[in-house]
Design a protein around this ligand. Structure first.
Ligand SMILES: C[S@@+](CC[C@H](N)C(=O)[O-])C[C@H]1O[C@@H](n2cnc3c(N)ncnc32)[C@H](O)[C@@H]1O
Length: 397
């Protein structure tokens, strides 16, 4: 179940609203754990043996999807998951709209005073065109996608994302929803203790929840979250300030960064690349290579590529591409991740990929020991369920 978000911008809502949110979170946990396991067993025990006898064993996620599309277990799973996704957003909209004035005051207070003095800035560009991968659809069914603005200086889309993600992740991403950021940043800190980045940018940062983890891990670094969506950036800026963190936020398209060549130590992103058309992914990686200093690091957290998982797991992880308004997800996961990095200018011997356990739920010493051992991608990699581990891939310039 989701816990209260650990910042002053958390809107609790009425008891009835909170009960509804608990229900939706529980429903998602049930669908993604219990129903997903039942569906996998059904495929492996009821469907696949028969297909294999007929020499028609599915060889790819697409093949498995073809089989499952007409299967009633999958249809039931899929409709439950789709509806739970819509319910996530519905469950947070009402409390946020009821609490809008009060939340607006808290946002203003966070920005004007903050928990401590801070130099961090928010830079918006009113002329920036919102790219169609964001503007043309309600990404993952969120009403208004990331960028909707109904008033001047609107921050509501950011608040919806924060509170929605809390319900969506059913307590598996930490109380500030920053476990991915902490897991990635601490993986780098533990594995490369001599690396001392002074400039870190996080592409597609949304509300900066995972950006903040880099500032906590590397407090001396200048950390900047980059996104195209102003309402998310405004909210994210206030959220970071409320936590007393000096994180900058900038409205920029990650396909054309305005940083000089060789000027950044880490270009990071999490759950970002899969929302871009492949042509834009190539541009983002080329930009990362251009702006990185020699010795700098490009690092992306994503679901693992399709060629690293079984046909069934590939089908399972591609669900969002077909049913959750994330049309580029599959095309991205079908890419050769090594080839993408080579094309961007990163040499093969400087590339790496890894799996990390969740930092938030371990003692720091245990985490440091755990990441000494390299583990392969498995069925829990990136799957929001019990035993989840995160996948990262990167390259040194
Ligand atoms: C799934 S969210 C990323 C979530 C976040 N990084 C995390 O760790 O949970 C994708 C974000 O990328 C942003 N985005 C999409 N296209 C972009 C682009 N071309 N440049 C910058 N941001 C972009 C969207 O506005 C959205 O906030």
């Amino acid at each position: 179940m989701p816990a209260a978000l650990q910042h002053n911008l958390f809107v609790k809502g009425t008891r009835e609203q909170a009960a509804k949110q608990d229900f939706v979170s529980g429903l998602r946990a049930f669908v993604l754990n219990d129903m997903a396991q039942t569906m996998k067993s059904h495929y492996l025990h009821d469907l696949e043996p028969d297909l294999s006898q007929r020499q028609a064993t599915p060889q790819s996620g697409r093949d498995v999807h073809q089989v499952m599309k007409s299967d009633s277990v999958f249809k039931f799973y899929s409709s439950m998951r789709y509806n739970a996704q819509e319910m996530v957003w519905r469950s947070v909209l009402r409390p946020l709209h009821h609490g809008k004035r009060e939340l607006g005051n808290r946002i203003e207070a966070a920005v004007t005073s903050g928990r401590k003095e801070s130099d961090a800035g928010l830079e918006l560009d009113g002329n920036l065109q919102i790219p169609s991968n964001v503007a043309a659809l309600d990404v993952h069914l969120a009403p208004g996608s990331y960028h909707r603005e109904d008033a001047a200086a609107d921050w509501m889309a950011g608040a919806v994302y924060d509170h929605g993600l809390n319900i969506f992740s059913f307590g598996r991403m930490g109380e500030s929803l920053d476990d991915i950021g902490h897991s990635m940043a601490n993986y780098i800190r533990c594995k490369f203790p001599d690396f001392a980045p002074s400039t870190i940018i996080d592409l597609g940062c949304t509300i900066g929840h995972n950006t903040c983890a880099w500032k906590i891990t590397y407090p001396q670094a200048q950390v900047t979250g980059i996104d195209v969506a102003p309402a998310c950036l405004r909210y994210g800026y206030a959220r970071a300030k409320d936590k007393g963190l000096d994180v900058n936020f900038r409205q920029l398209n990650a396909t054309s960064l305005d940083y000089p060549d060789d000027s950044v130590d880490i270009v990071f992103s999490s759950m970002f690349l899969h929302e871009l058309p492949v042509a834009d992914i190539r541009k983002v990686m080329a930009e990362a290579h251009r702006v990185l200093r020699p010795g700098g690091l490009m690092l992306h957290m994503e679901l693992p590529p399709n060629d690293s998982v079984s046909p069934y797991d590939s089908f399972y992880l591609d669900w969002d591409a077909y049913y959750n308004n994330e049309p580029f997800y599959k095309a991205f996961r079908d890419q050769d991740f090594t080839g993408l990095r080579l094309q961007a200018g990163f040499s093969q011997d400087k590339q790496f990929e890894f799996i990390t356990p969740q930092y938030t739920y371990m003692q720091p010493d245990d985490y440091a020991k755990a990441v000494e051992v390299d583990v392969p991608v498995d069925e829990n990699t990136g799957r929001l369920a019990e035993g989840i581990q995160w996948y990262g891939f990167g390259a040194w310039k």
